[in-house]
Design a protein around this ligand. Structure first.
Ligand code: ZN
Ligand code: ZN
Length: 334
């Protein structure tokens, strides 16, 4: 007799540069502290592309990607608090931290030396089922459908963390207008900031999408905005954007690199950094970011634009994301 513990379809990545293939995965019985989740939707993130393309270090085993997981709790392991079977739950990128290192002990678990990430070292949500650590899983705002909630879990959380790094910047530039940007733009407008959207050259569709979300200006990433930026958030993984963003940024401004991978940053003259401009990166998320953002999103209210694909079309969804042919976020439905 089969049970949900031994039958789960999963789109598995056997090695970098390969296509994902449909296979079987045994999600197993949840251990102490874990929950077994029936996946309802899983977002497709640019980080998944970096993993497929071999731009992140290979963890040494086949990968079950997906770190924007929305599902229903089916079973709880011993000692799980806060979740009961039947409840909706979200699982983000940060899947486990040690709790002991200097980063964990100073409120910076996003930098934990031994952190494990969902859909990378840990199994992710490109599957029917997933076992996750309840301590790193979250309740989701009721206002969102399953597919609409999925992009909140990485595009939203990492975007929110990146936006926090912009401090009180009034004029905010966003480079790369995909899943994270379309959420961050709404939060930034809610906070009273003016948003300038930068896209691939000539991408009229993305520029119109940005204007529709309240951007005061949208143009090519090589252009200068009508006003100097107080901060620029870079979601596109293109190192050449760093000097371009510095040129668009006012004295004292900040350029935030929000992706996990970026092509090399070309050499640039010191005078575009001079004037106390800063460049920094955003790495991962803390559980506190998740709690804060998931409470804020329905107040804005953030609306997510999603394009859904059946689970077995994960490769197609990744290809479309690579080509920049998704307005908003791609979401897999098992
Ligand atoms: Zn740690
Ligand atoms: Zn992500």
């Amino acid at each position: 007799m089969t049970s949900l513990h031994d039958v789960s379809r999963a789109m598995i990545l056997a090695g970098p540069g390969r296509a994902l293939t449909m296979g079987r995965r045994e999600p197993g019985v949840p251990n102490a502290g874990q929950i077994l989740i029936g996946v309802k939707a899983c977002g497709v993130c640019r980080t998944d592309l970096h993993i497929v393309d071999g731009e992140l270090r290979w963890p040494g085993h086949p990968i079950l990607p997906g770190h924007e997981v929305v599902g229903t709790v089916l079973e709880t392991g011993a000692g799980v608090e806060g979740f009961s079977p039947g409840e909706r739950v979200g699982v983000p990128w940060l899947g486990w931290t040690c709790g002991l290192c200097r980063y964990c002990l100073s409120g910076r678990e996003n930098l934990c030396d031994r952190a494990r990430f969902t859909g990378y070292q840990l199994d992710g949500g490109y599957a029917d089922h997933l076992v996750a650590d309840a301590r790193y899983s979250f309740r989701l705002p009721a206002a969102y459908g399953d597919a609409e909630a999925a992009p909140l879990l990485c595009a939203g959380l990492i975007g929110y963390r990146a936006l926090s790094m912009a401090g009180d910047a009034e004029h905010l530039g966003i480079y790369g207008f995909g899943a994270a940007a379309h959420i961050v733009a709404q939060v930034a407008r809610y906070q009273g900031r003016t948003v300038y959207a930068f896209t691939r050259a000539g991408d009229a569709s993305a520029q119109a999408f940005a204007r529709g979300l309240g951007a005061a200006w949208a143009g090519d990433s090589t252009q200068l905005p009508p006003e100097p930026l107080d901060a620029a958030l870079l979601f596109a993984p293109v190192g050449a954007l760093v000097p371009q963003a510095l040129r668009a940024t006012a004295k004292g401004g900040t350029v935030v690199c929000a992706g996990i991978h970026m092509s090399d940053i070309p050499a640039f003259p010191y005078d575009i950094l001079w004037g106390e401009r800063r460049i920094l990166s955003v790495a991962n998320l803390t559980r506190r970011d998740a709690v804060e953002f998931l409470a804020l999103a329905p107040k804005v209210p953030v609306r997510t634009a999603v394009e859904t694909f059946p689970l077995e079309q994960a490769n197609e969804a990744l290809a479309r994301l690579r080509e920049g042919r998704i307005n908003g976020a791609a979401v897999l439905i098992p």
